[in-house]
Design a protein around this ligand. Structure first.
Ligand SMILES: O=c1[nH]cnc2c1ncn2[C@H]1C[C@H](O)[C@@H](CO)O1
Ligand SMILES: [Zn+2]
Length: 357
């Protein structure tokens, strides 16, 4: 099977499960929204500002990486700003060949100018609706509501996700600095969501190791793992190339628990040293349910096309491999089964067939 060209990767239908709304703004939009609300930025033109984000996020530490969000969250405090960012996100993803996306952000971080949590979600949804209409329905987008793991509002945000579940919100997540903030701090929220037959993912195994993944799955009941790269610590590769899975890694693979892998982001936060050494290669070979994601398009200067193209160049993946990642992602989406199936049968499979995969 031949490796695809970059243009084929761009045209291929792609599915994105892990993308932060506040990590994907256009630099020009950050500038304009900052001018509107009087927020001071570290650069004054779009080119330098984009570079400032990628350079600063390139810190080798998740904590420092997260500091860059002050300048996106800071300009996302009004309904019109949130709507604009939501609309542009949909437009940018559609232009990149994404056919289904779940976009996440933390509503509790957007209330400092007096918006209510409900108004925040409504403003983002309005933008998503506008973007979807502007792209002629070429893309389906849902929201995931995130609670910040160092704060104590997760139960409230979980309730918000349930209240909005038929109006564009597909699930819940927790994010933020991982070390010192185990997912079990938010057990109350996860138990509530389970009682409500709701879906959630947990950032786990990014900056912290196996205990975080174990808690996310076995205590909290996560449907998916945000990143999950450190599951590699439970896999031993012998000198003869033999592979042995520990009990947790075996459980994750056996249960087909989706891994929302975000290679570019991991290189910046130090979760992996290089793409060639990134666990995604081995996890893919071992047939874990691997999905490919952007995490933060602004901070990583990335896109779904870039993520997949970099994998093609590093691991020699074919279109069939990209189709496999995409089907993995679509099967793992928090969208009802019949809607997932329709996207697979009517959009994804025909799209790859057209490209010869
Ligand atoms: O990769 C990440 N790990 C943990 N937290 C993250 C990551 N990317 C973004 N965040 C945080 C910063 C955002 O403000 C928040 C909600 O999107 O989620
Ligand atoms: Zn993330």
């Amino acid at each position: 099977m031949t490796t695809p060209t970059r243009d084929e990767v761009r045209r291929a239908p792609k599915v994105l499960l892990h993308d932060h709304l506040d990590g994907g703004l256009r630099p020009q939009t950050v500038l304009e929204l900052a001018a509107d609300c009087g927020h001071d930025l570290p650069a004054s033109d779009a080119g330098s500002l984009g570079r400032w984000f990628t350079d600063s996020a390139d810190s080798g530490s998740l904590e420092r990486y997260l500091e860059t969000f002050d300048h996106t969250v800071g300009v996302m405090q009004t309904a019109h700003g949130l709507t604009r960012v939501g609309r542009e996100c949909v437009e940018d993803l559609a232009a990149d060949g994404v056919v289904y996306a779940e976009v996440r952000y933390a509503p509790e971080q957007h209330v400092s100018n007096g918006l209510t949590l409900d108004e925040v979600v409504a403003a983002v949804q309005e933008g998503i609706d506008e973007g979807t209409a502007a792209t002629d329905g070429r893309i389906v987008v849902r929201q995931l509501l995130t609670a910040m793991r160092h704060q104590a509002r997760s139960r409230e945000i979980a309730e918000l996700a349930v209240a909005w579940r038929d109006r564009g919100v597909a699930g819940f997540d927790i994010a933020g600095a991982e070390a010192g903030y185990p997912p079990t701090r938010h057990l109350d929220a996860f138990e509530y969501l389970q009682r409500e037959n709701s879906h959630f993912t947990i950032h786990a195994g990014e900056a912290f190791g196996l205990p975080s993944i174990w808690q996310a799955i076995q205590w909290c009941g996560a449907d998916r793992l945000g990143h999950g790269v450190r599951i590699i610590d439970d896999i031993t590769v012998g000198e003869d190339g033999s592979v042995e899975l520990g009990r947790l890694a075996a459980y994750v693979r056996d249960r087909r628990i989706p891994l929302e892998m975000c290679p570019a982001s991991n290189l910046q936060t130090g979760a992996a040293a290089s793409l060639a050494e990134h666990p995604i290669g081995l996890l893919t070979e071992l047939r874990f349910r691997v999905t490919v994601n952007t995490d933060n398009r602004l901070m990583s200067g990335t896109s779904m096309t870039d993520e997949m193209w970099n994998l093609v160049q590093t691991f020699g993946y074919s279109l069939a491999d990209l189709r496999w990642f995409t089907l993995n992602a679509m099967k793992s989406a928090f969208l009802p089964f019949d809607e997932r199936l329709a996207l697979i049968d009517e959009i994804i499979k025909p799209g790859y067939a057209e490209l010869g995969a």
